[in-house]
Design a protein around this ligand. Structure first.
Ligand code: HEC
Length: 208
């Protein structure tokens, strides 16, 4: 009997302990839930705060590491953004065309390798209208559906002067902006590729 009594007593103690732990847990849970609802703008408990705040400076943040106290600094003189076309400053107008003629020169040195690359680009991008030798007899012209462009060596430009006298800048401007029936090739050819084609067109201007 004595033994039985003590067991019941022991069981009751264990039950009380569970009750206390459960109540404590529920209270903490309830307080957490209620307190997190109290302020709509509060983000609540934030774990690993430095994952929210970048270690680097924000562009508009004050910054005492620089003389003018700003984080956003002007790029150093003489630098340009990635993909920036420094030659693309001549507008698609006749004035832009003439200004390009006066102000532009091919930055690439003339050599066989570059000329070969220019030739490949020309054959892929221009020859179906202008013809493999630039005579204005490309494959789509031969079909009779497209008026032939003037020959690079013997024709005359619609903007005045002989085609064989077209300068670096005039050819570059034409590739970039197009002219009349010829569309712009700006998105198909990078500035460097355009200069390679310009170099090769000069070769075609010399043909008879
Ligand atoms: C869809 C056909 C077509 C393609 C492709 C084409 N052209 Fe033309 N191109 C023409 C026509 C047509 C003209 C004559 C436009 C005019 O003067 O009215 C012309 C004119 C020109 C001129 C003379 C511009 C001037 O000032 O008179 C040059 C230089 C020229 N193209 C170069 C090129 C080069 C280089 C390519 C390749 C990147 C090319 N073209 C691709 C049709 C084309």
């Amino acid at each position: 009997m004595l033994w039985k009594l003590s067991t019941t007593k022991g069981n009751m103690l264990v039950m009380n302990k569970r009750l206390i732990i459960c109540t404590a847990f529920l209270t903490v849970a309830a307080v957490t839930v209620i307190s997190s609802c109290s302020n709509n703008r509060s983000t609540g408990l934030e774990f690993a705060r430095n994952m929210y705040d970048p270690i680097g400076y924000n562009p508009d943040q004050p910054n005492k590491n620089f003389k003018d106290g700003k984080t956003a600094q002007n790029p150093p003189a003489g630098t340009m953004p990635v993909g920036f076309d420094k030659y693309d400053i001549y507008p698609n107008t006749n004035e832009g065309y003439l200004a390009a003629s006066a102000g532009m020169a091919n930055p690439l040195p003339v050599n066989v390798a570059t000329l070969e690359q220019g030739k490949t680009l020309y054959l892929n991008m221009c020859s179906h209208c202008h013809g493999n030798e630039g005579k204005g007899d490309g494959s789509i012209v031969k079909l009779g559906k497209f008026p032939g462009p003037p020959s690079y060596s013997t024709g005359n430009s619609s903007r005045g002067g002989a085609m064989k006298d077209l300068t670096d800048g005039k050819i570059y401007h034409t590739i970039t902006h197009g002219v009349n029936l010829m569309g712009s090739h700006k998105s198909q050819l990078s500035p460097e590729q355009r200069w390679k084609v310009v170099m090769y067109v000069h070769e075609l201007q010399k043909l008879q």
